[in-house]
Design a protein around this ligand. Structure first.
Ligand SMILES: *[C@@H]1O[C@H](CO)[C@@H](O)[C@H](O)[C@H]1NC(C)=O
Ligand SMILES: *[C@@H]1O[C@H](CO)[C@@H](O)[C@H](O)[C@H]1NC(C)=O
Ligand SMILES: *[C@@H]1O[C@H](CO)[C@@H](O)[C@H](O)[C@H]1NC(C)=O
Ligand SMILES: *[C@@H]1O[C@H](CO)[C@@H](O)[C@H](O)[C@H]1NC(C)=O
Ligand SMILES: *[C@@H]1O[C@H](CO)[C@@H](O)[C@H](O)[C@H]1NC(C)=O
Ligand SMILES: *[C@@H]1O[C@H](CO)[C@@H](O)[C@H](O)[C@H]1NC(C)=O
Ligand SMILES: *[C@@H]1O[C@H](CO)[C@@H](O)[C@H](O)[C@H]1NC(C)=O
Ligand SMILES: *[C@@H]1O[C@H](CO)[C@@H](O)[C@H](O)[C@H]1NC(C)=O
Ligand SMILES: *[C@@H]1O[C@H](CO)[C@@H](O)[C@H](O)[C@H]1NC(C)=O
Ligand SMILES: *[C@@H]1O[C@H](CO)[C@@H](O)[C@H](O)[C@H]1NC(C)=O
Length: 388
């Protein structure tokens, strides 16, 4: 049922805008994708000083056996978010100074999904995901759809005030210059604390009877929950497992660690998965100090031929859309690495799936299976850890 080809639809009206539909993920389940938001009225928004903190998020859930679901096509990102990134990513002043036009790249991308099957959602555990500082949560949705398709509810949590562009449910667009957050350690630590609180608020709220009653398509069982994230979101994931007893385990994808994981220990299963050249010997990442505080089962991995943003959808997406090809590969390498896009997705999803299987199994699955998957999936170096 799953064509490996990309469907190209020329719209009847207008005629000039080609839509690229990213095929459904490869796992046993089709998945649904639902945007929502919660409002924390107990906190002022630390970035806008609004009287409450709005936290948008997306719930990606299994929705029946792959190939048998009721298919629906949804945009990869809201238009305003897509066109912002199309301008910013290649730009010499804001982004990477790439001599390639990204115009229409993200706007044209659509996802092949399933209509939600809420009655089945509570059979699967919950995984929270926190994006990199600056990055829209949508840049991880292909990765998270592929993970969800293995049998998880994956929730990507946006961070207003810490993301370059945010299109709210009502269409309001918030543009944020995040450079001030990177300026010093104290500001970064405060940003991680905001994330830990936001993630905790989302987790607490989605399982409340009032949320379930007002969101018939989001019926989650949060008795089993774990967390991972990219970059500052990876730091927030480790901070979350240190701070909150509800998380059963956590993984940091290529994030410099700041805050509580440097001063507090945890015995929960944990992972650090870095890009090429990022490991415990690179002092700025603080992974050596973090490592000593991870007292439970742990593993340190490296994604080969990768760079920091290889842990987003971009390697797969740019290759799939044809923007990355033989003649543009070198130009795009600083952004996505030289790893094959399909392999990058396969490696990260394969490793995360085996990690979460272990975390949620309550001892039935052994940690060594994570190490074995890392060795088997391709382009992953096993650097350190419990069963290495
Ligand atoms: C935030 O808003 C409150 C209430 O309007 C006000 O008292 C406070 O001074 C504001 N803080 C900042 C930093 O603007
Ligand atoms: C597809 O939609 C139909 C009509 O709403 C419904 O009866 C059926 O159960 C759905 N199938 C799946 C797999 O969700
Ligand atoms: C987004 O842009 C596409 C094409 O550029 C257009 O077809 C679509 O209607 C737009 N969607 C919204 C919600 O504006
Ligand atoms: C961007 O790249 C071009 C061509 O490589 C170069 O001439 C230009 O100086 C660069 N601009 C910036 C701001 O780095
Ligand atoms: C890309 O879009 C921007 C803004 O809409 C426009 O200024 C620019 O000329 C476009 N570039 C190309 C190569 O079409
Ligand atoms: C996390 O725990 C540390 C240490 O107990 C505490 O200082 C910090 O405020 C907590 N952060 C959040 C967001 O709960
Ligand atoms: C939630 O899942 C747990 C086990 O993971 C189970 O014991 C519990 O009955 C479930 N709750 C509901 C409401 O389905
Ligand atoms: C660890 O990182 C250092 C510094 O980036 C690098 O020189 C070294 O090759 C890396 N080691 C491995 C095993 O990747
Ligand atoms: C490679 O991608 C670039 C940028 O989208 C495009 O201009 C070029 O035609 C593509 N080349 C091939 C061989 O597909
Ligand atoms: C694993 O990390 C520990 C602590 O940093 C270090 O002492 C040990 O040599 C590392 N093992 C390998 C195989 O690199």
């Amino acid at each position: 049922m799953h064509s490996s080809l990309i469907t190209i639809l020329l719209l009847a009206t207008g005629g000039t805008i080609a839509k690229f539909i990213i095929p459904q993920p490869n796992g046993p389940y089709g998945v649904s994708l639902i945007d929502a938001q919660v409002i924390d009225e107990s906190r002022r928004d630390p970035y806008t000083n609004a009287s409450a903190r709005i936290i948008p998020f997306t719930v990606i859930s299994p929705a029946g056996p792959a190939g048998k679901c009721n298919v629906t096509v949804q945009p990869y990102m809201p238009n305003a978010t897509a066109s912002f990134w199309e301008q910013v990513i290649p730009s010499p002043t804001d982004g990477w100074n790439l001599s390639i036009s990204f115009n229409n790249t993200f706007t044209q991308a659509e996802l092949s999904l399933c209509k939600p099957v809420p009655a089945q959602q509570n059979e699967y555990p919950v995984i929270l995901f926190s994006p990199a500082l600056g990055n829209s949560r949508e840049f991880y949705h292909i990765m998270c759809m592929n993970l969800a398709s293995q049998g998880y509810n994956v929730i990507t949590v946006e961070e207003p005030g810490q993301v370059g562009v945010l299109t709210y449910a009502d269409g309001d667009v918030q543009i944020t210059d995040i450079s001030a957050i990177e300026s010093d350690d104290q500001t970064l630590i405060a940003a991680v604390d905001v994330r830990v609180a936001d993630l905790d608020f989302v987790l607490t709220t989605i399982s409340s009877p009032s949320f379930r009653a007002s969101h018939p398509n989001i019926q989650l069982n949060t008795s089993k929950v774990a967390i991972f994230g990219h970059s500052l979101g990876g730091a927030a994931s480790l901070a979350s497992i240190v701070n909150n007893t509800r998380y059963l385990g956590g993984a940091n994808l290529d994030g410099q660690v700041v805050g509580t994981p440097l001063t507090h220990t945890t015995t929960k299963p944990s992972m650090i998965f870095g890009s090429t050249g990022h490991n415990q010997s690179l002092a700025v990442l603080n992974w050596d100090t973090t490592w000593k505080n991870l007292l439970g089962w742990k593993v340190e991995l490296g994604l080969e031929d990768s760079v920091h943003y290889s842990f987003t959808d971009l390697p797969f997406l740019l290759e799939t859309l044809g923007l990355e090809n033989a003649s543009t590969k070198q130009i795009l390498a600083p952004l996505v690495g030289t790893i094959d896009g399909k392999q990058a997705l396969k490696s990260v999803v394969g490793v995360m799936h085996s990690f979460f299987q272990f975390v949620f199994s309550g001892g039935a699955v052994k940690g060594v299976s994570v190490v074995n998957e890392a060795k088997a999936v391709g382009q992953v170096a096993v650097l350190n850890g419990t069963n290495v």
